[in-house]
Write a protein that binds this ligand. Structure first.
Ligand SMILES: *Cc1c(COP(=O)(O)O)cnc(C)c1O
Length: 422
């Protein structure tokens, strides 16, 4: 439906909710309370909500530990030895990869370092990394220390892409031009999939193709893309990617991260990776022999045995994702974010602009509102009204209308607070 069909009206919003085939999914989640009612939660891009099944599943795992002790590795209902295999199909679905190309392990920044150790192998004149300026700080620290480790000066080795003067988002053409200009000095393009601050969804296949033409690898930090936008990592020929699962994927604070490695690297035993016993060929793992034999695929980057308790909520979440379906979620997400955008455009009395791309293909479930002034006042008013949004110093409010549990009514109530104070 064209956006012109949207209406800034509560009964319209409620009617949209009744027509929403995914509406009932919100019943599966626990919402923080405000004055005895569920908050309207727009922070799913920061920390997703807990699904109601987690408590029961966690207790089941604890009971298996109590009952089996060490034998739980093989005799638990979900044997711990192979726990990460339980959901690899569903995880692969979410990122558009083959089953062997993904693994849940470690946490995001750790995975970024481990994958860079494989994919950032500077030599001769080829040592530069392209990234977006203003990337999440952890990514900046990781990339800076990686180039330092090889003796390079970050100011020289890291090419940071900045928006044009006065703009907030990068032009896709400028990204490609920068990659072409770096040419054979370029070792790696390492960007976010969706920028955490602006919500810009980069053209991953185009960037990847340009990186490959330049003779470089292309890797993506999908923290804000996974479970949010449709990804086809394998078809897009992406070399590697990593993500966390506590944002859109609702797997809980500090939940296990994920990694993707294209099969042409993952199935090549001579491709460099730091080794641990969990990445070893599973049939040989308990033989305790000398000599690392990498198993097939991304799983060979695993080092330690899998954090089972940490994966319980992840498993539950991927179940919900499978039932809802990424395609249906993305369709609702487009409409929901489009509705929020439409509502915000009705507000004339507050000094803010939406810095997230207006093209729905270039964004996911996030809008970033940059305030010239009064941002903090608006944010506090939202909080008073039981609306949870995200404040980023000095003057940005980020909101994520998440299709799994946000409603059109939530968007309307957000708008109402702004309309009332403007
Ligand atoms: C959330 C986020 C992180 C957080 O990293 P952790 O290692 O999970 O603490 C890093 N990078 C980006 C781009 C993020 O959005």
């Amino acid at each position: 439906m064209p956006s012109s069909s949207y209406e800034a009206d509560l009964s319209y919003a409620q009617q949209e909710d009744r027509a929403d085939p995914l509406f009932s999914f919100r019943e599966r989640f626990l919402f923080p309370q405000h004055n005895g009612a569920d908050v309207r939660y727009f922070c799913g891009n920061s920390l997703g909500l807990q699904s109601k099944s987690v408590k029961y599943l966690m207790e089941k795992e604890l009971a298996d530990w109590a009952r089996h002790g060490v034998e739980g590795h093989f005799n638990a209902a979900n044997p711990w030895f192979s726990y990460h295999h339980l959901f690899e199909d569903r995880l692969a679905q979410v990122v558009g990869a083959l089953k062997d190309e993904v693994v849940a392990m470690n946490t995001l920044t750790v995975n970024l370092h481990l994958l860079m150790l494989s994919f950032y192998r500077p030599y001769g004149t080829r040592y530069k990394v392209i990234m977006e300026a203003g990337a999440f700080p952890s990514d900046q620290y990781a990339i800076e220390t990686q180039v330092r480790m090889y003796g390079y000066d970050p100011a020289d080795a890291i090419i940071e892409l900045m928006p044009k003067e006065g703009a907030h988002i990068l032009e896709e053409d400028d990204i490609i031009k920068a990659i072409e200009a770096a040419g054979d000095s370029l070792a790696l393009v390492m960007m976010g999939g969706v920028n955490y601050y602006t919500g810009q969804f980069f053209d991953i296949p185009r960037i990847t193709a340009a990186a490959h033409t330049a003779g470089a690898y292309a890797g993506f930090d999908l923290a804000h893309a996974v479970g949010n936008v449709l990804l086809r990592l394998h078809d897009w020929d992406v070399d590697f990617a990593c993500w966390c699962s506590y944002k859109y994927l609702n797997s809980g604070p500090g939940a296990v991260g994920g990694a993707y490695v294209h099969e042409r690297h993952g199935n090549d035993p001579s491709f460099f990776r730091l080794a641990g016993w969990w990445g070893n060929d599973e049939k040989e793992r308990f033989k305790m022999r000398k000599g690392f034999l990498p198993q097939q695929g991304a799983a060979s980057w695993q080092m330690s045995n899998a954090p089972v308790f940490n994966m319980v909520a992840h498993n539950a979440s991927l179940d919900i994702y499978e039932k809802a379906g990424m395609k249906a979620l993305r369709e609702k997400s487009d409409r929901l974010t489009g509705y929020m955008e439409f509502l915000l455009k009705q507000i004339t009395g507050l000094p803010f602009e939406i810095i997230t791309p207006a093209d729905p293909k270039r964004r996911g479930a996030q809008l970033s509102l940059l305030f010239a002034e009064r941002g903090r006042e608006v944010f506090d008013k939202l909080t008073e009204n039981g609306i949870v949004a995200d404040w980023r110093e000095p003057n940005v409010i980020r909101i994520a209308p998440v299709p799994l549990y946000n409603t059109f009514e939530d968007c309307y109530m957000f708008y109402k607070v702004l309309a009332d104070i403007s």
